[in-house]
Design a protein around this ligand. Structure first.
Ligand SMILES: O=C(O)c1ccccc1N[C@@H]1O[C@H](COP(=O)(O)O)[C@@H](O)[C@H]1O
Length: 232
């Protein structure tokens, strides 16, 4: 339950904004300058946003002290994650594959990083897929179930029906993602009461090509959507 003190204050709840799939200094800087809280680096060779370990290290160093760094991997080995963590000193591991709750728990212990576990949502029943992860991950990240034939498990620019999250326990800490855009983020936050949002495709002008103006617009509009405590 929220404390009465917070309710009485009526202050705006802060919304955490993550911009994912940054692969070049220019657009990383755009995200940092816009005030993103978290910047995401993708290590998944099939992705148009994939960065090498060396690129990840350079980008993470550039972001250090200005935003938290998330490393996105898909069913990666311990060795690859260890190499990436050592090179980037990332703050967050975002797991976007089929990682089991046991695997999530183990990675959290091994690497001592915050772990966000992606859960794909296509229909109402999918929300229950998050259940085994609430206790082992620091956050559940809800993403849209990939369309049939998609080659990526995320980053497809596809949204799901946000009303499916309406009955979530407000104590659960989740990140909303999947097809968000500067135009949709306000409604998405108001519908789901999310306290954190994540975007990739919606701030691009082509696959993997981030647009500084869209990044700035997304962060500004997401901030304007911060849910007031009295609404929660
Ligand atoms: O961005 C990618 O290329 C990617 C690859 C593999 C797994 C996840 C990926 N991105 C994440 O997917 C969601 C939704 O992205 P979008 O806004 O719909 O493009 C987001 O969490 C990205 O971080």
């Amino acid at each position: 339950m929220r404390s009465e003190r917070v309710k009485e204050a009526g202050a705006a709840m802060s919304l955490e904004v993550k911009i994912c799939g940054l692969s070049e200094p220019r657009t990383l800087d755009a995200a940092l300058d816009a005030g993103a809280d978290v910047v995401g680096l993708v290590s998944f060779p099939k992705s148009p946003r994939h960065v090498s370990v060396e690129q990840a290290a350079t980008l993470a160093a550039r972001a250090r002290g200005r935003a938290r760094v998330a490393l996105l991997t898909v069913d990666a080995t311990d060795n690859l994650i260890a190499e990436l963590v050592a090179a980037t000193m990332a703050d967050i591991l975002q797991l976007h594959g089929q990682e089991s709750p046991e695997r999530v728990r183990a990675l959290r212990l091994i690497f001592g990083r915050e772990v966000w576990k992606a859960v794909p949502i296509g229909e109402a029943a999918d929300v229950a897929l998050a259940q085994p992860y609430w206790d082992v991950a620091d956050r559940v990240l809800f993403d849209a179930r990939p369309p049939a034939g998609a080659s990526l498990p995320g980053g497809n620019g596809v949204a799901f029906d946000w009303r499916l999250l309406a009955d979530l326990d407000p104590k659960q800490s989740f990140v909303l993602s999947g097809g968000l855009t500067p135009d949709s983020v306000v409604e998405a936050v108001q519908t789901t009461r999310a306290r954190a949002v994540d975007v990739s495709s919606g701030v691009e002008r082509g696959p993997g090509v981030k647009d500084p103006d869209l990044i700035a617009a997304f962060v500004t509009r997401a901030r304007s959507a911060a849910v007031s405590s009295s609404q929660r």
